[in-house]
Design a protein around this ligand. Structure first.
Ligand SMILES: NC(=O)c1ccc[n+]([C@@H]2O[C@H](COP(=O)([O-])OP(=O)(O)OC[C@H]3O[C@@H](n4cnc5c(N)ncnc54)[C@H](O)[C@@H]3O)[C@@H](O)[C@H]2O)c1
Length: 308
């Protein structure tokens, strides 16, 4: 199968590439502009084509058309909420404009499936229903990042409904795992684990009672692959359904590390959700999938990776 992966040098994308290259029959084209992705996330001992470029450049789009993929996993994105607030034009460029060009190009190929990683933590607004299902929109997203994700979901539906390409839109909760930047602004599991490893105090913004749905990256990858094999048009929330407060996360890490390091509390960040946890019933049903990693199991994998 010919598979296009955009954003394949990123955190989630590189895990997806790692899984897809295990299948000999797969031929992979990976495009990444290295905005946040890293070449070192990829294992070049395997046979796949890697292009460092904007996915929406003339050259990339020509390459994609010639490659003529059967499936496209679209993961490339300006993935920082903070940067989207600072520079909405940049966010719009990477998260709306270039993806539209990508879809227009794919419509000229024999591509049969488009899989998109949207954001379950932003598109629903401040959730009124917990755990949040696919129809539980409570308001508009608060950041340009969230707006772009929500609008691209709609554009995918408009552009691909009644086309020969079916789509799977997966609204991911908070993904964590090895290769997630421990020095980034998001990715609290990686950031905190790194602090504990270095004997430093993690900073909690707000009172720490805010909750999130932490899903291990390998569980996301298995769902993405199953979503690509499904020929229905799907709009699914992808999380664990388990609600964990930031304080609980820190307590789990203290136990894991047998550490007495206490967090520092700082002023809450504007626009942060109080509670966020996704109802994954539809994803379980449609994809015959379920998350396999508990937070403790996944956390251990992050520690092991950080120690290397
Ligand atoms: N990590 C999470 O918790 C989470 C949650 C919800 C949704 N998502 C989405 O999943 C996808 C992957 O996220 P991630 O955490 O791996 O982030 P990431 O930043 O590690 O990966 C995004 C990749 O896209 C690349 N990229 C950005 N703009 C590009 C462009 N115009 N052309 C080519 N490449 C481009 C970046 O260099 C990077 O490698 C993103 O779409 C993100 O919005 C992630």
């Amino acid at each position: 199968m010919k598979i296009l992966i955009t954003g394949g040098a990123g955190f989630i994308g590189s895990h997806l590439v790692e899984e897809l290259i295990k299948i000999k029959e797969n031929s992979l084209l990976v495009i990444d502009n290295l905005l946040t992705g890293k070449k070192t996330n990829l294992d070049f001992n395997h046979d796949f084509e890697f292009i460092v470029d904007e996915l929406g450049s003339k050259e990339s789009l020509e390459k994609i058309q010639n490659f003529n993929p059967d499936v496209c996993f679209h993961l490339a994105a300006q993935s920082s909420v903070v940067i989207s607030v600072e520079n909405p034009a940049l966010d719009f460029e990477h998260n709306i404009l270039q993806p539209i060009k990508l879809i227009q190009t794919l419509l000229k190929t024999d591509c049969k499936k488009f899989v998109f990683t949207s954001s379950g933590g932003t598109i629903f607004g401040e959730p009124e229903v917990i755990p949040t299902s696919e129809t539980d929109f409570a308001g508009e997203p608060e950041s340009p990042y969230g707006v772009a994700k929500k609008r691209l979901n709609e554009l995918i539906e408009i552009m691909l409904d009644d086309s020969k390409i079916s789509y799977s839109i997966l609204n991911l909760s908070n993904v964590y795992g090895p290769k997630q930047d421990p020095n980034g602004e998001a990715g609290v599991v990686s950031i905190f684990a790194n602090k504990f490893l270095n004997g430093e105090q993690p900073t909690i913004y707000g009172d720490g009672n805010q909750t999130r749905d932490y899903i291990f990256v390998k569980d996301v990858v298995s769902a993405l692959i199953l979503a690509a094999a499904n020929n229905e048009n799907l709009f699914l929330n992808l999380g664990t359904g388990v609600e964990t407060s930031v304080n609980d996360l820190v307590s789990s890490m203290q136990k894991e590390f047998s550490s007495e390091i206490e967090p520092i509390y700082a002023e809450a960040r504007k626009g942060e959700l109080k509670r966020s946890v996704l109802n994954n019933s539809l994803a379980k049903e449609k994809l015959n999938w379920e998350p396999k990693f508990t937070l403790n199991q996944g956390m251990k994998k992050v520690f092991e990776w950080l120690k290397i």
